[in-house]
Write a protein that binds this ligand. Sequence first.
Ligand code: TYD
Length: 136
Amino acid sequence: MSIDRCEIIDLPKISDPRGNLTFIEGCHQIPFAIQRVYYLYDVPGGAERGGHAHKELHQLIIAMSGSFDVILDDGNNKKRVHLNRSYNGLYICPMIWRELDNFSSGSVCMVLASNYYDEVDYYRDYAEFMRARGQG
Ligand code: TYD
């Protein structure tokens, strides 16, 4: 699983003078069925989130409001993705280390996930993640 598989998905946007509308259906606009939704909000300036990888979880990250950066790392390559549009989602495949920073004031980060919360699915130690990738 390389960071090349992690890409911005342009979600449908129904533009309307009354306000725009975007929708996401599991397995249609995104490559997994949605089992869980969670969101980060009231993030203080300078805070960092993430700092882990998932063994099997697929996720889509959306800046519902404001902006932030996601740093993706597959052990070989890293890339920083700036999210600031509520009609763009960043797809993250399993086995990618991610960090989130540069949160703007009042930003909301929504995450769609392919499974329920399970701590067993996490790598929280970077060295362990690298060993699991055969790169440690
Ligand atoms: P964590 O995944 O480390 O947050 P982030 O990656 O956004 O920095 O989770 C932080 C805490 O919240 C941790 O104690 C686990 C708990 N948690 C749940 O109980 N359910 C969830 O769906 C998520 C994502 C986290």
